[in-house]
Design a protein around this ligand. Structure first.
Ligand code: NAD
Length: 317
C-alpha cells in the first residue's frame, strides 16, 4: 500500500486516477483549487486539500507525511485560456510545477509522474516521436515545455520523474460544461443540448484521441516500473482522426449518423492543424497499448453523459 499526492485530483483525469489508486488499496491526498475541477469528483476515501499550487504558502503548509510519490495533473489545462491569460497559465503550469518540485526535494519525495501535453510539439503532419522538435504553438504548450525542463533538472538532482505527453484524452467524467477545453466533450455538449455543433476551425484538422482509462492504465504501469524514471512517453492511440471523422463518430454514437449538424466558426488562438503520436516507445517499454477504440469509447461516453443528464433532470423535479 502506498500513499500518493495527486494534484488536480478533482479534475477529469486526476479524479479517475485517484479512483483507481483507492480501488487497488492505496491512499491519496488531492491538492486542487477547484478552478476547473469539482469537489464532488474527488472519490470518497481520498483526503482533500483545497489550494492553489502556484502559491508558495500552499506548499509550506502541505504535509509530506507518508507520501511515496506525486501524480502531477493539476494545471491550467486549456490552450484557449492560455491565450486569454498567459501569465496565469505560466504561474500555474511552470511556476506551480517548480514549487511542487522544490517541495519534493525538501521532503525527499523522489517519485513523480507528470502530465505534459502534445502541445509541446506544436503543429505536425507526421507522427511525433518523443525526440521530435518542440515548437509549441500556444502559451499552454510553452508553459508545459518549461515544466518539462524543470523536471529534467529535478531528475539530475536525484529525483525520479516520468513524464507523459498526453494527446487528446476523452471519456466519462470529462467536463461537459467547459466549452474551452476538450474537443470531444465540447462537441458532445452541443449534441446533448440538441444544438448544432460549433466547430472553431477546419474540419480537416486532425488529432490523436486516447480513452481516459487507457491513460490511467499507463500511469499505473509506470508506477510498477521504477526503471521508467527519467523517461518521457507519448500517451496516445497513435491514430490520426480528423475533426470530420470525430463528428461522424459522435453523431453515430448519438444514433444520428449522416445528419449535418455543424456550424463552422473562426479557429481559436494557438490552435494547431495536426497532432498525432508515434507510440512505439511506450508500447515497447511499458508494454502498454491503447485498448479502447474511438467508436467504443465515444459510445461509452455518450451513455455516461445521457445517464448523467437523466439523473440531474430527475433531481430537478
Ligand atoms: P482538468 O481541468 O479537468 O483538470 C485539471 C485540474 O487541476 C482541475 O481539477 C483544476 O481545478 C486543477 N487546477 C487548475 N489550476 C490549479 C491550481 N492553480 N492549483 C491547484 N489545482 C489546480 O483537466 P484534465 O483534462 O483532467 O487534465 C489533467 C492534466 O492533463 C492537466 O495537467 C492537463 O494539462 C493534462 N493534459 C490533458 C489533456 C486532455 O486531453 N484532457 C491533454 C494533454 C494534457
Amino acid at each position: 500500500m502506498a500513499r500518493y499526492l495527486v494534484t488536480g485530483g478533482a479534475g477529469f483525469i486526476g479524479s479517475r486516477m485517484v479512483r483507481r489508486l483507492l480501488e487497488r488499496g492505496d491512499t491519496a491526498v488531492v491538492l486542487d483549487d477547484l478552478s476547473t475541477g469539482f469537489r464532488e469528483n474527488v472519490p470518497p476515501g481520498a483526503e482533500f486539500v483545497q489550494g492553489d499550487l502556484a502559491d508558495p504558502a500552499v506548499w509550506e503548509g502541505l504535509s509530506p507525511e507518508g507520501v511515496d510519490a506525486v501524480l502531477h495533473l493539476g494545471a491550467q489545462s486549456s490552450g484557449e485560456v492560455s491565450h486569454e491569460d498567459p501569465l496565469r497559465d505560466f504561474d500555474v503550469n511552470a511556476r506551480g510545477s517548480l514549487l511542487l518540485l522544490g517541495w519534493c526535494e525538501r521532503h525527499g519525495v523522489r517519485r513523480l509522474l507528470h502530465a505534459s501535453s502534445m502541445a509541446v510539439y506544436g503543429n505536425s503532419d507526421r507522427p511525433s516521436a518523443e525526440d521530435a522538435p518542440k515548437r509549441p504553438g500556444s502559451f499552454y504548450g510553452a508553459s508545459k515545455l518549461a515544466a518539462e525542463g524543470y523536471i529534467t533538472l529535478f531528475a539530475r538532482r536525484g529525483g525520479a520523474p516520468t513524464v507523459f505527453r498526453l494527446f487528446n484524452v476523452y471519456g466519462p467524467g470529462q467536463n461537459l460544461g467547459n466549452l474551452k477545453q476538450g474537443m470531444v466533450s465540447i462537441y458532445m455538449a452541443y449534441l446533448l443540448d440538441g444544438e448544432p455543433v460549433l466547430v472553431k476551425g477546419s474540419l480537416d484538422r486532425f488529432r490523436d484521441f486516447v480513452y481516459v482509462d487507457d491513460v490511467v492504465d499507463a500511469w499505473m504501469a509506470a508506477l510498477a516500473r521504477p526503471e521508467t524514471a527519467g523517461e518521457t512517453y507519448n500517451l496516445a492511440s497513435g491514430r490520426r482522426t480528423t475533426v470530420r471523422e470525430l463528428l461522424d463518430g459522435l453523431l453515430a454514437a448519438f444514433g444520428r449518423a449522416g445528419e449535418d449538424r455543424v456550424v463552422q466558426g473562426e479557429g481559436t488562438a494557438g490552435d494547431i492543424a495536426g497532432s498525432v503520436a508515434d507510440i512505439s516507445k511506450i508500447r515497447r517499454e511499458l508494454e502498454w497499448s491503447p485498448k479502447t477504440e474511438l467508436r467504443e469509447g465515444l459510445g461509452r461516453m455518450v451513455r455516461w453523459a445521457r445517464e448523467r443528464r437523466g439523473a440531474s433532470a430527475r433531481e430537478d423535479v
